[in-house]
Design a protein around this ligand. Structure first.
Ligand SMILES: Nc1nc2c(ncn2[C@@H]2O[C@H](COP(=O)(O)OP(=O)(O)OP(=O)(O)O)[C@@H](O)[C@H]2O)c(=O)[nH]1
Ligand SMILES: [Mg+2]
Length: 325
């Protein structure tokens, strides 16, 4: 049967080994299409019809890190502005080969926050010593491409949805706009395996994104354009409802700023009580809601979060509050 020789063919969309035996596994393609198709059927549907089939086997964090530490000579780690929190930075730190931290989707960064400010913050709060570059597949691409000059082999890694494959497509476009494309999607786990592409004299290796726990909310909120901060002045206790995804009650008079995707609806309700965990958050902190965005405090506040939503919360010194190197 075709596709049984696992060395034979790799899907250009997701990097999975192409096979004709199991529809439920990555890389499946009908037997009659095996010789001619460059994409597995999942990627074909994604690229041509925007249809997304959930995969069943994302690569584990351990497997990806082991491969990088064993095989890579140079890694770029993409993190988007919304995903700067402990767990993600810890993954970056567990990569032990020369690496650069790339803040991707820089077009979504609110105008009131400068790249220098974020860079200083990453150095001071997260002790990042490596080079930090800002890029976007829509803008700021040239500085990033220049940073790759002289490197013959570069692994692109980062959380699922950080924009790795889109960025590689954008770089390929600069060299040859007619090239076939890697599959990309607003959903998680699009790239299934390591995928090598040759661009000019560089080999770029796309990789499956890291899937972290407590990232489910991201699925509902794809940030596609610049985040516009919204300030709320609270004269009394109130509850914020962020679409149907998150609720938080603020118990005291306060001024807070929301940094979320424009496609999320934020409602302020006065009569909705919350039963859950109450705790104080210091002045000038960010209440990060993993995968969604963050709320910046101005003064110390007390908040209440439903118990089952506590797992999404991460508190950090405010990234927009002005930290100096
Ligand atoms: N605003 C903005 N959106 C982007 C940018 N790059 C990627 N995206 C969007 O982010 C989503 C994820 O992009 P992918 O390139 O598939 O992400 P990935 O990191 O390859 O994800 P996995 O393959 O799952 O690891 C898509 O909806 C893209 O359109 C960017 O520079 N700016
Ligand atoms: Mg990808």
């Amino acid at each position: 049967m075709k596709g049984e020789n696992t060395m034979s063919k790799v899907c250009f969309g997701c990097g999975a080994k192409m096979q004709c035996t199991n529809k439920e596994k990555p890389g499946y393609v009908k037997e009659e299409k095996f010789d001619t198709s460059e994409y597995c059927s999942r990627c074909y549907k994604m690229i041509h019809y925007g249809e997304y089939e959930k995969n069943i086997e994302p690569k584990s964090k351990k497997e990806i890190i082991t491969t990088l530490n064993k095989n890579a000579k140079y890694v770029v780690f993409l993190v988007d502005f919304i995903d700067i929190f402990d767990e993600v930075i810890n993954i970056f730190k567990s990569i032990k080969v020369p690496k650069t931290l790339v803040v991707s989707k820089s077009d979504i960064i609110p105008k009131n926050v400068s790249f220098d400010q974020i860079r200083a913050y990453l150095r001071k709060v997260y002790r990042i010593k490596e080079e930090i570059i800002f890029t976007s597949s829509k803008t700021n691409l040239n500085t990033f491409i220049k940073s790759l000059y002289g490197k013959s082999e570069i692994y692109f890694t980062g959380l699922t949805n950080a924009g790795k494959s889109t960025l590689i497509n954008a770089i390929m476009d600069k060299y040859d706009s007619n090239r076939k494309r890697i599959a990309t999607s607003y959903k998680e786990n699009t790239t299934m395996d390591f995928l090598r592409v040759q661009i000019d004299n560089m080999t770029i290796i796309d990789s499956p994104g890291f899937v972290i726990e407590n990232f489910e909310l991201r699925k509902e909120s794809n940030i596609i354009s610049e985040i516009k901060p919204i300030t709320y002045q609270n004269k009394e206790a109130c509850t914020y409802k962020i679409s149907n995804l998150f609720n938080v009650r603020v118990s005291n008079k306060s001024s807070i700023v929301f940094y979320f995707s424009k496609n999320l609806e934020i409602k302020r309700l006065y009569d909705k009580q919350i039963i859950g965990m109450s705790f104080k958050v210091s002045a000038n902190s960010d209440i990060v809601i993993c995968g969604l965005g963050f709320i910046k405090t101005t003064d110390e506040i007390e908040i209440t979060v439903p118990q089952d939503l506590m797992k999404y919360i991460n508190i950090r010194p405010s990234i927009v509050g002005g930290v100096h190197e």
